[in-house]
Structure formats: C-alpha cells, structure tokens
Design a protein around this ligand. Structure first.
Ligand code: NAD
Length: 387
C-alpha cells in the first residue's frame, strides 16, 4: 500500500466559466486597456462600473467591500472575487487615495462604492454593499468590524480576529446586536487537503491520535507585523495561528493547557517589539501533545498527526497553492482550489440560506484566547491552563 494514492477528490471547485459573461469580461478587459467600447460610445467609466454593478446584483450576488487594500486584498481577495459565484467585489475602503483610480478601473467599481476610513460609516446607506471584509492590521480589526456591524453589514474579518479576547467579545456582541453574521478569514476550512486532515483525525481513521506537530514560519517580514501595538505580537499572531487552528481541527478537540518558550533573537534590531520565533506545546485531553513552532526568520510549513495505527501529514500545509499531503498508507491528493473564492462564496451562501458559517467569530475568539495563553506561558515560563 505504500505510496498508493488512497485519498483523492475532484470537482470540488471548478473555475468559474465566463462564457456566459462575455459582455462583462469584454467591457472589463477593454476598460483596463483604455479602449472601452462603452467609452468609445461616450459612456463614462463610472457609468460602465454602475452597469457592471447592476449586472452582478441582477445575478443575486452579494456585494463585498474590502477594507484595506494591501497585499492580501490586492494579491488574493480581489482576484478571488473574480471567480466567486455568490458574491462580487462591489466596493473598497482605503486610506490611500492614490490606490482608488487603479482599483476602480481594474475592477469596475463605481465611485459611490468607494470609501475612506473617515466616511466609512456612511456605507450604511449603500444597498450595494452587503458584506464588509476587514483586511487591516490586526489591532484595527475590532474597530472596523464593529463599525461595519453598526452600519448594518455582515462581516468577514481577517485572522487573527483581534489582539485581545475582550475585543473579540465586543465584535461578536456588535454583530449579534445588529443581527448580522460574522466570520473569520479561515480559508483552509474550504481547502480539500486540510479538510481531509479533519476527517482523518476526527474520525480516527488511523486510530486514536497520540501526538501532533505543527510548524509555520516565514522570513523577510517588515512593516506593521513587527509593531506590537498593531500586530498584537510576532509570528505567533500572524502565522503561528495556523498551527493552533491545524491541531484544533485535526483533533476536533480543545487544548487544555500550554507551555511555551521564546526562541533566541538572532536579529534584535528587527525584533525589538515582538518575538522572532516561539515553540510551544499544547496539551489536549487524553495526554495528546501538539509540538508547535512559529518563526519570522525561518520558512516552516507542516501539519502532522501520529496515531495508533499510522500517521498523516501536510507539508506544505498552509499556503494558497501547492499543498501536499501524505500518510502511512499513501498520498493525500486533491485538486488545488481557490481557497479564498470558496471561503467567500460559502459565507455569501450562508447569508442567503440563513445558516451558520463554519468559521464564525466564536472560532476566532477561541484562537485568540489560546494565543494569549501561549504568550502568558512564554512570559512566565509556567504551564498555563486554557479555561
Ligand atoms: P498589508 O500590510 O499588505 O496591508 C495592510 C493594509 O492596511 C494596507 O493597505 C495599509 O495601507 C492599511 N493600513 C491602514 N492603516 C494602517 C496602519 N496604521 N498601519 C499599516 N497599514 C495600515 O497587510 P496584509 O498582508 O494585507 O494583511 C492584512 C490582514 O490580513 C492582517 O490581519 C493579516 O493577518 C491578514 N492576512 C491574512 C491572510 C490569510 O491567508 N488569511 C494572508 C495575509 C494577510
């Protein structure tokens, strides 16, 4: 059985077919090259964008406004929103006026759907925006989620949900009070290899899990991620959170205690405010230990479980593309999907179908609670119980 492919799947997500939308793509493409057929007929760009917006609405898609147009919004979310079937990129919220024209042209966003951080609250009067997606530095998630909820919008908030559990509570309460849904940008819950880890672990396919290993690290980090006030911490908040998520969804259990140790600072100038690396051991009921590591100076990417009758792992486990899996009985081999498109479509469908999201605010809150316990264990050198 060694190396035989036993876990496979297909057709979980097929790229959106644009054939039926020739007019939309044609207009978008021509607009981008500055040769819009509409423009040549004298229709200004903004009217074109309005027409696109009306077309998307007519297809009953929910409108998403991205708040914060940095690397993740521009590199992943906006492109993914060109592939979604139940939602579309309707608006933008930015503090950088220079970005506005490029985004408006590239994605046919009408002027009335463009907001600054200052006038963001007036989004409440815009029926084209159903969902606000908060893609700002971690410490800003709470404020913008709460403002979005107060404006009567459903919210997707990026990970980590916030930098304190109190903030998470305020975010959940604001969405509840407004009667709006809140989800966290946990894209891997929609990714087939990671879903297979959940199945193998939670259904004890290889028997009871005995131990786990999870590592996630990246090098060459700069900007707000090194600023404790904005990031809430170092690599643990940013990429170590995937390890916490990974061992939680592989076991389907909640950790009860943690021990942690900060790694040495090889570059104390860069890592003045946050840890450079960190190792921690999460203890689950039944004496299951998850050995975890995160770093801003080492590239790491692993999720592995050892069970009574075999092992299963993903390596790399957490990237946008190229996830690979293996087990003691053969490969885990699924189609690579557009994780963000699936994640946003699922949230839009959850809203439409009035059902809960598999990645709610409460899940984000639990991770923040665990991250806080890990930092406490690191700072005190003590075993910290997670209650
Ligand atoms: P980024 O630095 O590329 O972008 C941050 C954006 O916030 C920029 O547009 C910046 O102008 C804006 N901003 C507003 N106020 C700011 C301030 N005071 N300081 C700095 N920037 C400010 O960051 P990013 O990589 O896009 O990350 C944004 C969020 O998305 C983070 O919470 C991050 O954890 C999350 N993220 C998630 C994933 C994922 O796979 N789910 C991937 C990357 C980032």
């Amino acid at each position: 059985m060694e190396n035989k492919q036993i876990f496979s799947g297909r057709g979980l997500y097929s790229r959106r077919k644009f054939v039926a939308h020739v007019s939309y793509i044609g207009i978008g493409g021509l607009t981008f090259s500055g040769l819009s057929a509409f423009a040549s007929c004298g229709l200004p760009n903004n009217q074109q964008a309005e027409a696109q917006s009306a077309e998307q609405k007519a297809k009953k898609k929910l409108g998403i406004a991205l708040v914060g147009l940095g690397g993740y919004s521009s590199g992943q979310l906006a492109p993914a929103l060109q592939e979604t079937q139940h939602c579309y990129l309707a608006g933008i919220v930015t503090g950088t006026p220079d970005k506005v024209d490029k985004w408006k042209k590239k994605y046919d966003i009408p002027e009335k759907n463009v907001y600054s951080y200052e006038n963001f609250d007036s989004i409440k009067d815009n029926p084209n925006i159903d969902i606000v997606y908060v893609v700002l530095p971690n410490a800003m998630h709470a404020e913008y989620t709460i403002r979005a909820a107060k404006a009567g919008k459903h919210v997707i908030c990026e990970k980590p949900m916030a930098i304190t559990v109190d903030d998470c509570d305020r975010m959940i309460a604001a969405c509840k009070e407004a009667g709006k849904m809140l989800s966290i940008g946990y894209r891997l819950h929609f990714e087939p290899h990671n879903k297979e880890m959940m199945r193998l672990g939670q259904e004890h396919v290889f028997g009871e899990i005995l131990r786990l290993k999870a590592e996630n690290g990246m090098s060459s980090v700069k900007g707000w991620r090194l600023d404790k006030e904005l990031a809430g911490g170092g690599p643990l908040m940013d990429v170590g959170i995937y390890c916490v998520q990974g061992v939680r969804y592989t076991t389907g259990m909640e950790p009860i205690a943690v021990k942690a140790k900060e790694g040495p600072k090889t570059d104390p100038d860069t890592f003045k405010e946050v840890e450079e690396s960190l190792t921690w051991q999460l203890e689950f009921p039944g004496n299951i230990i998850a050995e975890c590591k995160t770093s801003y100076s080492e590239d790491l990417n692993l999720l592995r479980a050892e069970a009574r009758n075999g092992w299963f792992e993903l390596s790399p486990a957490y990237p946008y593309r190229g996830i690979k899996g293996d087990t003691s009985k053969g490969k885990i081999d699924f189609e690579q999907v557009n994780q963000q498109a699936l994640q946003m479509d699922d949230f839009a469908l959850a809203i439409k179908e009035n059902r809960s999201t598999p990645v709610p605010g409460e899940m984000g809150r639990q991770d923040v609670k665990i991250l806080q316990a890990i930092y406490k264990a690191m700072e005190t050198g003590q075993r910290v119980e997670i209650i």
